[in-house]
Design a protein. Structure first.
Length: 428
């Protein structure tokens, strides 16, 4: 096959999930991507950017709302026949042995008993589980369970191996070993898989494994940039080249998610800006402020993620929420306590509420709700009114998620009360 002809491809893909209210939430917008022969492609980005949705669309597990999905140049109908998948959660049958778990997918593919036994045995040896054929999942470590998942995928001799955060449930040393083994198996060019598509939130992991790194943005998911990784293999996590590329990706992601420059409209007098509100709890923001205070008032963004053992995209959302409230500043890759953040961390519980309320009233949406409560004769407004305001002023946002966050933040600052039974907000 010509190496420039894609194994599979998505073109102009949009995807929306239905909401309980009957509305839809757009998770992907105009995403186009190719998987070529003999390459490892990684999808990297914050929580909610649609990484796993892209993988599932390629696999045929999800049909996109709009756009094309092609396999060898032909429209894909149903499951992608060239794909084996390794899941994050292992997805093993607890009542089956290692051998039976691997054989189950081969039997589903209607192979003969002899071929089922032969393929299962070979796949189990390839992933280093020889001697554990009769063990049950409860008797295996997390790393061994994931090896069973890999054996199951490899047994199908797939043209492409799809991996959805496959190493996030195992310890760091086991993950390092499994990555190396997956690359070794892929690099044996006389056997499949020809290519790997992986989803990850670990920047070092994708730099170690991938030839192309697709950085996605969120709300809705879009392709921000595609970075070619030309580092020679085998790769060393401590090499200068790998660390430089890790730093470059840090800067790309930080630049997209937390730009140093404020939006231009924010500086225009008399203009009420309706800033998107990250779906983050008040305790997470206060926890970040306390974390920074305990470390002298500043810390590098990526060390915060590492030290708190939180997913990188989640940490970015918490930092964005704190920055939106003027509690932190984010010069380059640092997160620093702002004056109001330092004031909040030293305050009593009641004083914290007052400071939080002050910060909320710097934001357009909270100003709008406060003004509506002031104007209303009863000093009450309905949930429906606020939802309509959000939908009108922030059409790209999920208005129900934004409403929920607005209520949590507003209650914490005693800005207003909300009665779930009557769905009414009232002035405090």
């Amino acid at each position: 096959m010509n190496s420039t002809e894609p194994l599979c491809e998505i073109k102009g893909v949009y995807h929306e999930f239905p909401q309980p209210s009957g509305s839809t939430q757009r998770v992907l917008q105009d995403v186009s991507l190719r998987i070529l022969p003999n390459e490892v492609v990684a999808l990297l980005g914050p929580s909610g950017c649609g990484k796993s949705t892209v993988l599932r669309i390629f696999a045929g597990l999800i049909r996109p709302t709009r756009g094309e999905v092609l396999y060898h140049g032909q429209p894909l109908t149903g499951l992608n026949p060239g794909v084996g998948i390794v899941f994050q959660s292992f997805a093993l049958y607890p009542w089956m042995t290692v051998t039976q778990n691997v054989e189950a997918v081969l039997e589903a593919a209607r192979m003969s008993p002899a071929e089922v036994a032969d393929r299962a045995s070979k796949a189990i040896r390839v992933v280093g589980l020889a001697g554990f054929e009769e063990a049950y999942p409860r008797e295996l470590s997390g790393g061994m369970k994931q090896r069973v998942g890999m054996a199951r995928a490899f047994s199908l001799n797939p043209e492409m191996l799809f991996m959805d955060e496959p190493f996030s449930q195992v310890d760091a040393l086991t993950a390092e070993s499994l990555r190396a083994e997956a690359i070794d198996i892929w690099a044996a060019k006389d056997t499949n898989p020809s290519s790997i598509l992986m989803v990850s939130h670990d920047i070092k992991e994708v730099v170690y494994m991938a030839d192309r790194i697709v950085v996605l943005g969120a709300h809705p998911g879009v392709v921000r940039t595609i970075l070619e990784n030309t580092l020679p293999r085998p790769r060393d996590y401590r090499s200068a080249g790998l660390l430089q590329l890790v730093d470059k990706l840090h800067d790309i992601i930080t630049g997209h998610e937390m730009p140093d420059a404020a939006p231009a409209a924010a500086s225009l007098p008399g203009v009420k800006v309706f800033e998107p509100i990250p779906a983050v709890g008040t305790s997470e923001v206060v926890g970040l402020i306390e974390f920074l205070d305990a470390r002298g008032g500043k810390q590098e963004l990526f060390r915060i993620a590492s030290e708190t053992d939180r997913e990188f995209g989640t940490v970015i959302n918490v930092v964005k929420a704190a920055e939106l409230l003027d509690l932190v500043d984010t010069p380059k890759r640092m997160v620093e306590l702002a004056a109001d953040g330092a004031r909040l961390v030293k305050a009593s519980p009641e004083e914290r509420k007052s400071i939080w309320r002050e910060q909320l009233l710097k934001l357009g949406l909270f100003q709008e709700v406060r003004d509506a409560l002031e104007r209303a004769p009863s000093h009450e407004v309905s949930r429906e009114f606020v939802l309509e305001t959000i939908a009108m002023q922030m059409p790209a946002e999920n208005y129900e998620h934004t409403f929920d966050t607005l209520v949590r933040w507003g209650r914490f600052g005693d800005l207003f009360a909300y009665d779930e039974a009557t769905e009414v907000l009232s002035k405090q």
